[in-house]
Every structure is written in structure tokens, then in C-alpha cells.
Design a binder for this molecule. Structure first.
Ligand SMILES: [Zn+2]
Length: 391
């Protein structure tokens, strides 16, 4: 696998984005034009004045630490970093997606990786305690079924959603209670079961043409049940945010004559953030909806393509096993079931933060402004690259 070989070597930070783009302008005008055709970039420095009385606390909050947790950075250096915060803004002109990066935010109190072991223990307990009275452990007895019955996989089964999101809104319930406990064959089966349900709905009601697959893993991601399950929906029209992507694709074609999703992969590739395979690509997004968002774009149905399945699986396992991500959203938006060549399949995975944190990860900025993001896409891609073979 000739993967992850960027031409820029170790210029690995979103804060160097403008330098990269400048190098691109000088060395690869075609990629530069694609990048600038899709995105608008801006950056600046936020400054402030810190009172003397607050300096020690600033050092305590933001000072760089060694592995034992001792502060190793002189207070003045910490203050200087705080006083000179670089903000990178990225805006997608076609979809309206936008993110603000400030790597300093990752070092705020409470976001250290030191709590990871604590969180693992918490989840272990949560899984154990929720198992005893779990309805999803006995889906045939304690969940409704669809009018056409259930789809049964080897490691999962469908159930109608008792409180529906939409007219066709059901669940793939995993056999495993622990949602984080899955291998490739289990994950593959979850997708197969979901896509078999999409077919069944379309056979029953052909006007429902747009499949949508969502996995909200654990409570931070919106799951009401600990037991592993994903949401499966079929709609007459694409859901709002999916339609935005598809409209961008159509408009881009009309105005540039090119394939938007293909160029999206090229844009990330030119920044050293993507991996392009023969039939699909995946990348760490420069307009992530929230932390660590990874995107896979493919023209083949994920349930029928072993390589795509394996890629999504590996990204998920890297998140869980190496990046300490236990609560995440996975979404698969699809072209219409009766015209699969119309659009590619878009798979997006995003980290929803630690289960031990009492504060939400999404605030007014994310809902009504732009996403404020701490994790650097370069760190995300580099971590995935580092652990790819271990999964
Ligand atoms: Zn269960």
C-alpha cells in the first residue's frame, strides 16, 4: 500500500495551511486552482492582555506538561502562546460548510488524554450495568418489527423504530450489547443488514428512494440505548444536509464542468490529507462538522465493496483503539436506490467527545455559526496513518 506519502514532508499542521497553499500555487497550479475554487481561506491572530494575577492560573491551565503531568514550559512562554493565538478559517463556497481552527483550544483544561483510562473504566461499567434490563438484547421480544417483517443478518437484526424519525425509520440492532466490541465481519454484517432493509422498503414503497444510514454510538452522539444499534431511514427526497451536498455537486458540474466530489478528494490530496484508492478516496476534512471528522467518498455501494467496508471499519477501529474516541456519529448518505450512478456515497465519521465531560461539544457557534474545532486534521490523518496496519 503506497499510502500517505505527501510531497511536503513534515509540514503537518493546519496552522501552516496558508504556507502549504502558497507552495501549491508555485508548484502545482492545477491543484491550487481546484482548492481555491472550492474553498475560501483566511487566518488571523487573536490577542489579549493578561493581568499579572492571572498568570499562574494560565500556566496551570495551558502550560505544556511532561508525561507525568508536570509543567515544563516557562510561564512567559505559555503567556506568549496565549497572547498570540492563530485562527485558521476555512469555508466551502459550494456547500456553506465552515470551520474555525485554533489548536490552543485542544489544550484547554479537561481535554487532556490523561482521562482516557478513566473513561474506559466508566464505559465498561456502563455497558455492564445496562445489559441486565436491555430490550435490544432480546429484539424479537421487546422491539416492534416492520410491516414486511425483519431482516436477519449473522450479527444483527432489524427492528422498527418505536418512535420514528420519519415515515420509514428503523434500526439495525447488533447482536453484541457492547457497541464498541466489533470486528470486520460484524461491522460488515451491520452494513449488509441495513442495505438489505433499504431494498425491502423500496420494494414495499417504491417512492421511497433515498437510503440514509446513521450510527450514533453512545449517549454523547445521541444514542438513547447503550446496546449497539444504527438508524436506517428511507425518504422520498434526500435529507436537508444531504441535499445541500447533492446540489453543490450539480451546480459545480454546471459551472465548472467537473466532478465536485472528485475535486474534493483532489483538494485534500494536494494538502496531504487524503488517501486515494482506485475506486474511492478518504480524507480528514478541512471543514469538519466537529472534532476529527473523516470522510470517505465512493461510487460503489459500501455493502458490496469489501475495500470500502474495510476502510470504514479501520477508521472506526483507529478512532476507538488508538484515538480514544468512544462516542461518535457515522453517517452514510446515498444516491437514489434506483439510480446509483447519480451521486457517490458519502461516509462521514465524527468524534463527539468524552463521556466523562458534562458539557456538550456543540454550542451556538456550531448550530448557527461555523464549527469551532480543536483537533488538527493533520494530527488525525497522521494518527490514522500510524495505526493503520495495527487494525
Ligand atoms: Zn443489550
Amino acid at each position: 500500500m503506497s499510502i500517505f506519502l505527501g510531497m511536503f514532508g513534515k509540514m503537518d499542521s493546519i496552522t501552516d495551511l496558508e504556507k502549504r497553499i502558497e507552495v501549491l500555487r508555485e508548484t502545482d497550479s492545477s491543484s491550487y486552482n481546484i482548492l481555491k475554487g472550492i474553498y475560501r481561506f483566511d487566518s488571523g491572530h487573536g490577542t489579549q492582555v493578561i493581568p499579572y494575577s492571572f498568570k499562574n492560573k494560565i500556566s496551570e491551565y495551558f502550560g505544556k506538561r511532561d508525561s507525568q503531568g508536570n509543567i515544563i514550559e516557562p510561564t512567559e512562554d505559555t503567556i506568549s502562546r496565549i497572547n498570540n493565538q492563530k485562527i485558521i478559517k476555512v469555508y466551502n463556497k459550494w456547500t456553506g460548510e465552515g470551520s474555525l481552527f485554533n489548536s490552543l483550544r485542544a489544550q484547554r483544561p479537561g481535554i487532556s488524554s490523561m482521562d482516557q483510562e478513566k473513561e474506559k473504566k466508566y464505559i465498561h461499567q456502563l455497558v455492564q450495568e445496562s445489559e441486565e434490563k436491555c430490550d435490544f438484547c432480546h429484539p424479537e421480544e421487546y422491539t416492534p418489527e416492520d410491516v414486511f417483517g425483519r431482516i436477519r443478518g449473522n450479527y444483527s437484526i432489524t427492528a422498527a423504530n418505536v418512535a420514528k424519525y420519519d415515515v420509514w425509520s428503523s434500526l439495525v440492532i447488533f447482536n453484541q450489547h457492547n457497541p464498541l466490541n466489533f470486528g470486520l465481519k460484524e461491522f460488515s454484517d451491520y452494513l449488509d443488514t441495513g442495505f438489505a432493509w433499504f431494498e425491502a422498503v423500496n420494494n414495499h414503497s417504491p417512492q421511497f428512494r433515498f437510503p440514509f444510514f446513521i450510527w450514533n454510538c453512545l449517549s454523547r452522539a445521541g444514542a438513547s440505548q447503550v446496546h449497539g444499534h444504527s438508524q436506517i431511514l428511507m425518504s422520498k427526497d434526500p435529507y436537508a444536509r444531504v441535499e445541500t451536498q447533492q446540489k453543490a455537486f450539480k451546480l459545480y458540474k454546471l459551472e465548472t464542468g467537473d466532478d465536485y466530489f472528485h475535486d474534493l478528494c483532489l483538494a485534500h490530496d494536494s494538502l496531504g490529507l487524503s488517501e486515494n484508492k482506485k475506486d474511492f478516496c478518504f480524507f480528514a476534512s478541512i471543514t469538519p462538522v466537529k472534532e476529527k471528522e473523516m470522510v470517505v467518498i465512493t461510487h460503489t455501494k459500501p455493502s458490496t465493496d469489501e475495500n470500502v467496508k474495510k476502510t470504514i471499519f479501520k477508521i472506526l477501529r483507529c478512532f476507538i483503539d488508538f484515538l480514544g474516541v468512544y462516542s461518535f456519529n457515522l453517517s452514510i448518505s446515498c444516491p437514489p436506490i434506483d439510480n446509483e450512478d447519480e451521486f457517490p456515497y458519502l461516509i462521514k465519521i465524527v468524534d463527539r467527545g468524552s463521556l466523562l465531560k458534562p458539557t456538550g461539544d456543540i454550542g451556538g457557534m456550531e448550530l448557527y455559526g461555523s464549527s469551532v474545532v480543536a483537533d488538527d486534521p493533520y494530527n488525525v490523518m497522521n494518527s490514522i496513518k500510524e495505526h493503520w496496519k495495527q487494525v
